[in-house]
Design a protein around this ligand. Structure first.
Ligand code: AMP
Ligand code: GLY
Length: 439
């Protein structure tokens, strides 16, 4: 038996935990907030800060943990892997230098530029107003994106036309960041369709998985404020209708070059999961961001399709001998997040969520707990996304129907995006891409 520890408390960690158990592991969970799904799957759990390395190492030793999988970015970016590995316990996740790919946007753009990685975007770092006006003029104010350094939970990036509407607003946001003593990037805005390519990395080899598209806006039709992601879909051929096999090859090549660049620059090998967010544009493929972990919700689209044993894959990452392709079911998936009413601006917390598990089982939908807590027999909302509901089927249309039927088995003061995974929305994405490519 393999004793595995998962660190983290969201739906992403729930699906990672499920995959470890499916691979034959005895699961232990260390989380700052009790996830009911992980509690049910685990032999033992500890509720404690996910960045308290001493406690984590202690728990690993007490439970004879064979390896640790780290779900979220926060512990990775402050060196959890270094701390655990010092105690001779292997980890699936990058060490602190390599985790900078997510933790420091300045590091990442510098690296991509230095190592001439083709999908890089024009970008410059600032920490004062010096030179900003000229740079903005050079790029053109309508093509500006501002990205604060460091982790901002997806909320720090401001894009012209979405969050910034004039040169005055650009300069005001720069000043706000300067006042907070934050370094930031000003970069060129890309126009196109985004996709997520999640990979397994053993230090040298980078192995891809089915492409996914996430939906960041809160409401139907891509309206409303940005969120952690309201849902995501993937297709039965593991591509997207507007992304070709050639595009995937280019993205994967750039990820391989990035992993080699991390080693060359820091001396440290990147090991774990690497999430690439790319955009296909009229000017080619562009790298928007890297994350040092699985995506949330995107992990839910990919891990349940794995035909290979996830525990074996983790060992291969640790041992540095990943090879070839990893097999996945040829199915489409649709994941819909249920969020508390008012999310993300003024979410209604402590509201009861009633889950009809029998009916969910009947309709064939899977579900993953996110930021909800269980008291007695009931589940309650917090201020973040509540539950991910997943449909898997031969076609996108059927997967979407299963996800919707699944959603109807969950009652509470919740909302979700009905349009995620629908053929209508997919067609809009295809039309958008075609119009950019003048097809
Ligand atoms: P990030 O935190 O870097 O993922 O940025 C959040 C979101 O901002 C991305 O998912 C994109 O939708 C958008 N974004 C970031 N960088 C760019 C860019 N250079 N051009 C256009 N949109 C961008
Ligand atoms: N779904 C976006 C992320 O996990 O960062």
């Amino acid at each position: 038996m393999v004793n595995c520890l998962i660190i983290g408390h969201g739906a992403r960690e729930h699906v990672i935990g499920e995959s470890l158990v499916r691979g034959g592991a005895t699961l232990y969970s260390f989380m700052s907030f009790k996830n009911a799904g992980l509690e049910d799957l685990s032999k033992d759990i500890k509720i404690h800060s996910e960045t308290d390395f001493k406690e984590i190492v202690e728990f690993c030793k007490n439970k004879n943990i064979d390896f640790v999988v780290i779900g979220p970015e926060a512990p990775l970016c402050v060196g959890i892997v270094d701390a655990i590995e010092k105690n001779n316990i292997p980890c699936v996740g990058p060490r602190i230098e390599a985790a900078q790919l997510e933790g420091s946007k300045v590091f990442t753009r510098f690296l991509l530029e230095k190592y001439k990685i083709p999908s890089n975007v024009k970008s410059k770092m600032f920490d004062s107003l010096n030179g900003i006006e000229n740079y903005v003029k050079d790029i053109g104010e309508e093509h500006i994106v501002i990205k604060p350094e460091g982790l901002t939970g997806g909320k720090g990036v401001k894009v012209y036309g979405d969050h910034l509407f004039s040169k005055k607003e650009i300069l005001e946001y720069c000043q706000e960041l300067i006042n907070k003593r934050s370094r930031f990037l000003i970069e060129e805005k890309c126009d196109g369709e985004e996709f997520t390519l999640q990979t397994f990395v053993d230090g040298k080899n980078v192995v891809g998985s089915p492409l996914v598209q996430d939906h960041k806006r809160a409401y139907n039709g891509d309206k409303g404020p940005n969120t952690g992601g309201m849902g995501s879909y993937s297709m039965e051929d593991h591509l997207l209708p507007f992304i070709t096999q050639e595009d995937v090859k280019m993205a994967l090549d750039d990820m391989k070059k990035t992993v080699a660049a991390v080693k060359a620059e820091t001396g440290v090998e990147y090991k774990g999961f690497l999430y690439g967010q790319f955009m296909k544009t009229a000017k080619g493929l562009k790298m928007i961001e890297y994350n040092a972990r699985w995506g949330d919700p995107e992990a839910m689209n990919v891990l349940p399709l794995l035909e290979a044993n996830f525990v074996d894959i983790c060992w291969k990452i640790i041992d540095g001998n990943l090879s070839g392709n990893i097999r996945y079911e040829k199915n489409a998936t649709v994941c819909k997040y249920l969020a508390p009413e008012g999310y993300p601006v003024s979410p209604k917390k402590d509201q009861i969520v009633k889950i009809n598990k029998e009916k969910l089982n009947d309709v064939g939908a899977k579900y993953y707990y996110a930021s909800v807590y269980r008291e007695g027999n009931y589940i309650y909302t917090t201020t973040s996304r509540a539950m991910g509901v997943l449909g898997i089927a031969n076609t996108l249309e059927e997967a979407e129907k299963i996800a919707e039927r699944g959603v109807s088995c969950i009652e509470g003061k919740l909302f979700h995006r009905k349009d995620v995974g629908t053929l209508d929305l997919l067609q809009k994405r295809i039309d958008h891409m075609n119009s950019l490519l003048n097809k």
